[in-house]
Each structure stands twice: as structure tokens, then as C-alpha cells.
Design a protein around this ligand. Structure first.
Ligand code: SF4
Length: 301
């Protein structure tokens, strides 16, 4: 059976391989201590270690080593050390009134009374979405995709809308973008089962088009109640519609990411939607930078 160290190295090797395939020329290690050049599209790990398909000790991320040595991790060795939180890039902290906050005083869409306040569990809220006809997207759905994950999550991800695979399975982020998100979570050492994942829209828009404003307005009370019940400390918005909706501001992803929006002890960290990285690998770097920040805030939440 593979040891925890072997498993960590396998994950790192897979991550490097993907970066190499994506045409990345360099890898910035999560610790910020090392920068490794990748040689073309060949496996960067193999190119550094000669014949070994795994990263050498010098190139493996130090946090995976820390994890392997942590108490309770199989193969952890005899010198337990706490898992190391990666150094996150410095970010601008912006104090805001978040759009979904109970203190929001604007006439934003979250402030509408929908009767969902009476729902005291996620199951009750989900039951209200089954058969929902509040917008025209009801006509094209196979399933309502309510959300999934830990109902007591400290970290919540909010994306845009279900795609084809999500519509069929009724589960968010199970298609290609979801698989990439899983890999990013693994690399960041965040368990998917520990977080909660939802979208601003619960039914699939035709041809995966961007949700319309009236559709978002019709659906957002469900997300508002989800956030209120889960009460996450860190919310990562994935992509422009989710970021603009939750922050209640307009702007490009490039201008809004790399910052942390804070109200009280709730932090919103925007990043690109994983689908953007599938379309263009240039988004992988900023997504990874943002996930270092997410990991840091999650660990300290
Ligand atoms: S997208 Fe939301 S508001 Fe529209 S039908 Fe589906 S659950 Fe209802």
C-alpha cells in the first residue's frame, strides 16, 4: 500500500505533469521558496529527476513533506510536524458590506423577502427548489443542482451555473471544470468533502450561456439562505457572475481577483472559474496564487 509520502509525491507529480502539458514554463512552489523551470511539454518531474517519474526531494513541495510527517498520516515518520500553510501572496484587503450580508442596506437582490428565512436546514431549502418555476430555466433542466458538501463548512465555493454533466447528475462541479477543481483542491490539500460547493443559479442555462440578470435575481435567494445556514468564514467565488453577484460590485475578474473582501469575520476571495483554465492555461497561475490565499485563510478560519 502506498505511504502518505508516496501519495503526496504522486499528487505533486500529476500536478507538475499537467502544468507541463499546459505549456507552463515555470512552477512557483507554494512555499514561495523555490522556482522550478519546466522543460517544454515534457514531464518536468522526469526531466529533473532523470529516470524517476516522481519529483525529487529537492523539487517536491515542502508542504507535502510536512503533511507526510504530520501526526496520523500513514508513513509520516517519527518526527511529527504540523502541516505547513503555504505562504500566500500579499493581497489588498477591502472592507465592504457584502451583498449577501444581513447588514446589507441596499435594495439588492439578497434583501428580498422570499419566505426562505423560515427554512432552518439546507434540506428544507433544497426541498423548496424542487419543482421551482421561478424562472424560465426550469423548462430545460433535468435536475435542480442545489449544492453539495459539508453543511458546516468553513470554506464555501460559489460558481456560476450547472453544466451538462451537473444537470444530468444533479451535483455541482462534476464535469471537466469540476475535475480540475478537484485537482486544485488536492494540490492545495483541501478536502472536497470538507467544503461546500454551490452555484448562483440552480438550473442549467441553455448551451451553458451566462445566466441572465433576471434569472440570477430569481434564484439568488436560495444561495443567500444556503450561505446564511452554512455560515462559512471563507467564500471563494469562481468566475465573474458569482463574484459580481456576491460582492455586489462591477468589474473585470482581473481587477477583482488578488484581493480579499472582508466584512466582520467573513472573507470573500474571488478567482477565475476553472473552466477559464481549461480554455486558456494562462489562468492556471493566478488561480493557483488565489488558492494559496484561500488555503491560508481556510486554515486560520
Ligand atoms: S434557476 Fe433557480 S429560480 Fe430558476 S427555476 Fe431553477 S431553481 Fe428556480
Amino acid at each position: 500500500m502506498a505511504s502518505g509520502r508516496d501519495e503526496a509525491r504522486k499528487l505533486a507529480a500529476e500536478y507538475f505533469r499537467q502544468l507541463g502539458e499546459a505549456g507552463e514554463a515555470e512552477v512557483y512552489m507554494p512555499s514561495g521558496e523555490m522556482r522550478t523551470r519546466l522543460e517544454g511539454r515534457a514531464s518536468p518531474v522526469a526531466s529533473q529527476s532523470g529516470t524517476s517519474p516522481e519529483p525529487s526531494a529537492a523539487t517536491a513541495p515542502s508542504r507535502t513533506d510536512a503533511r507526510a510527517a504530520a501526526p496520523g498520516v500513514p508513513g509520516g515518520g517519527s518526527a511529527p510536524a504540523p502541516p505547513k500553510t503555504p505562504d500566500a501572496p500579499e493581497v489588498e484587503i477591502i472592507r465592504v458590506k457584502l451583498a449577501f450580508s444581513s447588514e446589507a442596506t441596499t435594495s439588492d437582490m439578497f434583501a428580498k423577502s422570499t419566505g426562505l428565512e423560515a427554512c432552518t436546514t439546507l434540506e428544507e431549502v433544497e426541498a423548496r427548489t424542487v419543482g421551482c418555476q421561478n424562472c424560465e430555466l426550469a423548462g430545460g433542466r433535468t435536475n435542480v443542482v442545489f449544492g453539495a458538501g459539508n453543511p458546516n463548512a468553513r470554506l464555501m465555493f460559489v460558481g456560476e451555473a450547472p453544466g451538462r454533466d451537473e444537470d444530468i447528475q444533479g451535483i455541482p462541479f462534476v464535469g471537466r471544470a469540476g475535475q480540475l477543481l478537484n485537482k486544485i483542491l488536492e494540490a492545495a490539500e483541501i478536502e472536497r468533502d470538507d467544503v461546500y460547493i454551490a452555484n448562483i443559479i440552480k438550473c442549467r442555462p441553455p448551451n451553458n450561456r451566462t445566466p441572465l440578470t433576471n434569472e440570477i435575481e430569481a434564484c439568488i435567494p436560495y444561495l443567500g439562505r444556503q450561505v446564511a445556514l452554512i455560515a462559512p468564514k471563507v467564500i471563494c467565488t469562481l468566475g465573474l457572475p458569482a463574484t459580481q453577484t456576491l460582492l455586489g460590485i462591477r468589474g473585470s475578474m482581473g481587477s477583482m481577483r488578488g484581493k480579499m473582501y472582508v466584512e466582520g469575520d467573513v472573507k470573500v476571495i474571488p478567482t477565475y472559474h476553472p473552466a477559464a483554465a481549461l480554455r486558456d492555461p494562462k489562468y492556471k497561475r493566478p488561480i493557483w496564487d488565489d488558492f494559496q490565499l484561500i488555503k491560508r485563510e481556510y486554515d486560520s478560519a
